[in-house]
Each structure stands twice: as structure tokens, then as C-alpha cells.
Design a protein around this ligand. Structure first.
Ligand code: ADP
Ligand code: MG
Length: 486
């Protein structure tokens, strides 16, 4: 057994931190005992440090499988920043020569990041086989699960890749996993006879107040935003399910309030996205109107409010997104605006991102053409993945039918969260298979049907444009609320 403060000392030597965050030590301890581990720790709890410190102590190359270019770059930058120069992301951004060099000198790096697609390349795998990996890390491991958000079929091959690499000690990391997703990750990644240590910490973030506000029309939603946003403490992160709406509301806030706001989504150039992200990080923006493209890997400590303008896809995405609030431990607000008409919008988005029967037929009948209407879409990637595994169109139709059904089930759970008249926190914990939390109180959440009192989240800075008294403000809120109840 490692002596009690050995790990603390190393933590301090290598990373300058004085103590571990919850769950980190158990994970590192388990890895040093050469035990494969699944870590389920909420967003912002320092999951990366688990493999970074374990890697240091093992003194062998750590391979990290990560789903997004931006995530990999962010991690590499952070490592470089603290002086860990031997970290690299092997991505399409590298020049051919640079990539070739890295792939043929892997053992010279301490941390190598790759997307699962890169591991499919024979040349990469052959080179990986020649070095002894200290750790095989699967970040954002919910991507493996059919039932997790952000499902990525390429992740399904990681088990085979792992086997080809001689089943190295593995760390799978995710922020949110229902018991079902947890089982799925273990099944899809590990061999049947392997024992896996599971370290799980509650998804609950006690400093985040959970609230939802029902409105009846889109216009009411916008009026409410204009009413409330200038009064709330900043910075604020707003989530939208459409790029167009993110742009519109950003414009509206810039025109009609004093808030300095920008939109962030995949429709912007890389340069613009980077610049907006930097401004937000440096507190030069009060609010960002974003799609789900914004957030993964964004490590801003003082976000005071995460507001959802539209329904997210499911409670996993919701927990991840609201988990970006209050990483400094200060009180923060998670507010979801809910117009029942949004349910159909979300259902449509959810179902539309999966190929339907007609598209499956089209794909198989037009393979020699370039599938013009599917070109470049996620649907085509999904179809390509499955077709490459020799599945018939009939089987594919069954797979996607089942996934649509599962998505609908998750949407229903989300609606149940929005509409619950009981404690929202307990609802979330139960959904993720956790024990009931302490009894509900007014600082915890606002269940449906209860007035929404936001005193704790108002901007009290001198010189702000807040003119109403708290009493007036409360009246406005309860008035709006009662109106909607009618
Ligand atoms: P996650 O992947 O769990 O969302 P990250 O790995 O991105 O979180 O880490 C979030 C932040 O926490 C980073 O800025 C990291 O440097 C910091 N951090 C990690 N471990 C510790 C620790 N033991 N003490 C203080 N800060 C830490
Ligand atoms: Mg992370």
C-alpha cells in the first residue's frame, strides 16, 4: 500500500496542488496497482489529472483517446502551460511530416492524444504495439455507449484495439453515466473476465440551484430573457438547440440590454470561435449564446448561470451543461426555460439526426454515386460505420428504430424533470442511480409550481443597470409565474 501522503507530495511536486479533489486519489491508487478503472466524476472535478499524475509516476507513455480536436488541443495546451512539453495531439492539424515523425517516435512522448479514428489506422496501431503503454485512457467514455449522449460508433472498436495492444491498464472517464451506461461502457471496452474498479462520485453539485420556468409562447420567453438577464450575476452561458436562435438572441441582448454578448456555434469560423472562447474566458463577455458545440473542455470557474433556452436532448446532456456553472464552488443558477411546444422541436432534432428508413435505402442503393444528399452529414458517417460492418439495411433499420425509441424515453425523463413538483436534485440523483440526497430545502431548487425566487443570483455590483428593488423584482417574477400557471 502506498504511504498516505506519498501521492499528495507527488501531486504538489508535479502540479502544485495541495490536495486531491474527490475521487482522484482512489483512481490514481487503483491505476498504480495496475487495475483498470472506470471513473465517473462530475464535470470540473479534475479527471485529466488522474491519468496525468499516474502517467508521471509510471514513467511510461499514456495514450488518451478523446472525441474532439478542440478537447485534445485544450488538454495539450494546458500540459504545455505547466511545463509538460512532451504532450502531443496526433490530429489532422499536424503536417504529414510532423505526424509521421510523432507516430514513429511515440515513446519520446509522455502524453499522446488521439481520436478513435486515428487508432483505426494500421500504421498508427503498429507503432503503438512497439512501445509499452503505461496507460490507455478513454476520455468522455460515455461516447462508447449506445445509450449515452454523444454516441460515436468508432468508439465501439476500442475493445478490439485494446486487445491488439495487449490489453493495457485502462482508465475510462466520464462525467455522467446512468447505471445502464456504466454497464454498457464496461461491456463495450473490457473483456469479460477483467475486473474493473469503479470510482463514482455524485453528479450532484450542491452550489447549483436548479430551476425551470414554464412559458406559453416564444415571445414570452424572449421578454423574460430581456427582463431577467440584465439583473443576473454574470458571466452567463445560454444554450440553444439552433444556431439561428443563438445568433438572434445574442443580437437581441446586444441591442436591448447592456450585456456584452456573442454567439458561439459550429457555423462560425474556427478563428471566430476561438476568439469568442478567449473573450469569455477572460471575462470580456457577459454572456455567450451557444449551441452544445460550446463547453466540453471549457474550464471557466466563475460561470454564475447556465440558462437553457431550449430543451436539451436528455438529462445526461443537461447535467453536463449545467455542470459548467459554479466550478469555483460559489452559488450558481441552472435555469431551464420551457415552452411545451419545444418538446416537438427537440423530438424532431433528436430523431432527425438518425437516418430514417428512406435514407437507409437511399444509402444502399446509391453507394456508387456519392450519396449526394447525405454527403458530409453525421448520418452518412453513422451509415458508413455500420455498413462497413456488413450489416444489412433491415438490421440497420432495426438498430435506428431502437435508438429512436431510447431517445424518446430519455426525452420523456427530461420532461418529467422539468415538470416535477418534487425536489429536482433528488430527481437527478435518482436518474443517475444515486441515493436520495438530504431533504429538500429552499436553497436547493425550485420545483414546478413553486415561485421562482432568484435573489441569490442577482448582480449586486455597483454601477450596474439594476434599478428595481428586490421587492419589485420578486413581484415581476411571481406575476409572470402565476400568469403562466393559468
Ligand atoms: P474534468 O475533466 O473532470 O471536467 P478537468 O480535468 O478539465 O476536469 O479539470 C478541471 C480543473 O481542475 C483544471 O483546471 C485542473 O487543473 C483543476 N484540478 C485538477 N485537480 C485538481 C486538484 N487536485 N486541486 C485543484 N485543482 C485541480
Ligand atoms: Mg475532462
Amino acid at each position: 500500500m502506498i504511504s498516505d501522503n506519498f501521492l499528495e507530495k507527488k501531486l504538489h511536486t508535479f502540479f502544485g496542488y495541495t490536495s486531491f479533489k474527490e475521487g482522484q486519489k482512489q483512481i490514481i491508487d487503483s491505476l498504480l496497482k495496475r487495475q483498470s478503472t472506470l471513473g465517473i466524476l462530475p464535470t470540473g472535478t479534475g479527471k485529466s489529472l488522474c491519468y496525468q499524475l499516474a502517467g508521471k509516476l509510471l514513467n511510461q507513455t499514456v495514450l488518451i483517446v478523446s472525441p474532439l480536436l478542440s478537447l485534445m488541443q485544450d488538454q495539450v495546451e494546458q500540459l504545455h502551460f505547466i511545463g509538460e512539453k512532451k504532450a502531443i495531439a496526433v490530429t489532422s492539424e499536424l503536417s504529414y511530416q510532423h505526424k509521421y515523425f510523432v507516430i514513429h517516435h511515440l515513446r519520446e512522448y509522455d502524453y499522446v492524444y488521439m481520436a478513435p479514428e486515428m487508432l483505426q489506422k494500421e500504421e498508427v496501431l503498429e507503432q503503438l504495439k512497439t512501445i509499452s503503454l503505461g496507460l490507455f485512457v478513454v476520455d468522455e467514455a460515455h461516447c462508447i455507449s449506445q445509450w449515452g449522449p454523444d454516441f460515436r460508433p468508432d468508439y465501439l472498436d476500442l475493445k478490439i484495439i485494446r486487445q491488439k495492444l495487449g490489453n493495457p491498464v485502462t482508465l475510462a472517464l466520464t462525467a455522467t453515466a446512468t447505471p445502464e451506461v456504466e454497464q454498457d461502457i464496461c461491456r463495450q471496452l473490457f473483456n469479460e473476465n477483467e475486473s474493473i474498479k469503479i470510482v463514482r462520485r455524485s453528479v450532484d453539485r450542491p452550489n447549483i440551484f436548479l430551476a425551470a420556468k414554464q412559458v406559453d409562447t416564444q415571445q414570452q420567453k424572449d421578454e423574460y430573457l430581456l427582463e431577467i438577464l440584465p439583473q443576473l450575476a454574470t458571466p452567463i452561458l445560454l444554450y440553444f438547440s439552433s444556431k439561428k436562435k443563438a445568433d438572434e438572441i445574442s443580437q437581441l441582448l446586444n441591442d436591448r440590454t447592456d450585456l456584452k454578448t456573442a454567439a458561439y456555434h459550429a457555423g462560425l469560423s474556427k478563428k471566430d470561435r476561438y476568439s469568442i472562447q478567449q473573450q469569455f474566458m477572460n471575462d470580456q463577455l457577459d454572456a455567450v449564446c451557444a449551441t452544445s458545440a460550446f463547453g466540453m473542455g471549457i474550464n471557466k470557474k466563475n460561470i454564475r448561470c447556465v440558462l437553457h433556452y431550449h430543451l436539451p436532448a436528455d438529462l445526461e446532456s443537461y447535467s453536463q451543461e449545467i455542470g459548467r456553472a459554479g466550478r469555483d464552488g460559489q452559488r450558481s443558477l441552472a435555469l431551464l426555460l420551457f415552452n411545451p411546444a419545444d418538446i416537438d422541436l427537440q423530438r424532431h432534432l433528436s430523431s432527425n439526426s438518425l437516418p430514417d428508413d428512406g435514407e437507409i435505402e437511399y444509402y444502399f442503393n446509391h453507394k456508387d454515386l456519392i450519396n449526394s444528399c447525405l454527403q458530409g452529414s453525421d448520418k452518412k458517417n453513422l451509415l458508413e460505420y455500420y455498413a462497413g460492418r456488413f450489416l444489412t439495411p433491415l438490421k440497420l433499420k432495426q438498430i435506428f428504430k431502437k435508438r429512436r425509441f431510447e431517445r424518446e424515453k430519455k426525452l420523456q425523463e427530461l420532461i418529467a424533470y422539468v415538470e416535477t413538483a418534487k425536489c429536482r436534485r433528488n430527481f437527478l440523483c435518482k436518474y443517475f442511480g444515486e441515493e436520495k440526497k438530504a431533504d429538500h430545502n429552499v436553497d436547493c431548487c425550485q420545483p414546478a409550481g413553486q415561485p421562482l425566487v432568484l435573489d441569490n443570483f442577482l448582480l449586486h455590483k455597483p454601477g450596474n443597470n439594476y434599478t428595481k428593488s428586490l421587492e419589485d423584482y420578486r413581484k415581476v417574477i411571481s406575476h409572470l409565474f402565476n400568469e403562466n400557471k393559468r
